[in-house]
Write a protein that binds this ligand. Structure first.
Ligand code: SF4
Ligand code: SF4
Length: 174
């Protein structure tokens, strides 16, 4: 399967050892967009291992991954799933939208200390003009309780910690 071998070689050549994944799901457990997509990050890695990357399209993962890097930090095998997703974006020619989402995501973290998934998704489809493309996904996520009107926000020390991060340049690019 040349397509599979080529992608795995490309990823492993850039320091992403996808073949080492044994499906522990630690990456998905810490991923901030796991609840917003139809498939979680560990599933993306599995799709690469199996040569079924076409299944990733339409799940929301390529559009919504913010490249925060949490998956790579949590993975016991050093697999940065965000880099796997970037490679798939390049292959499928879907480069630009993640920037819109990333900015919206970081603005919310800086402003509220936490992301409001429904608001973020709404803003994203408005800014990218993709309501027709993603409206159905939004409805499905809503039905599954993955988008909510009410979300809590961190307070006290936790909120001050986030504010300090952004105050010291942690919000670069917001
Ligand atoms: S880089 Fe993407 S896949 Fe990894 S934890 Fe962040 S949002 Fe999730
Ligand atoms: S944390 Fe690493 S080893 Fe575990 S499922 Fe995710 S990519 Fe695979």
């Amino acid at each position: 399967m040349p397509e599979l071998g080529g992608l795995i070689r490309e990823l492993e050549g850039s320091g992403v050892p996808v073949r080492r994944c044994y499906g522990c799901r630690k990456c998905s457990g810490g991923c901030p967009i796991s609840d917003l997509t139809e498939r979680p990050p560990h599933w993306v890695v599995r799709s690469v291992q199996l040569g079924r990357t076409e299944l990733v399209r339409g799940t929301g993962v390529l559009e919504l991954c913010t490249n925060c890097g949490t998956c790579g930090v949590r993975c016991p095998n050093g697999i940065a799933v965000g880099e796997v997703i970037n490679a798939l974006r390049r292959r499928f020619g879907e480069p630009g939208r993640s920037g819109v989402l990333h900015r919206g995501f970081m603005r919310q973290v800086a402003g509220r200390g936490r992301v409001h998934g429904l608001f973020l998704a709404g803003r994203y489809v408005l800014e990218t003009g993709t309501f027709a493309e993603h409206g159905g996904l939004g409805v499905r996520l809503w039905r599954h309780g993955k988008l909510r009107l009410r979300t809590g926000t961190p307070r006290g020390a936790a909120r001050r910690e986030v504010a300090a991060l952004f105050g010291s340049g942690g919000g670069e690019g917001v």
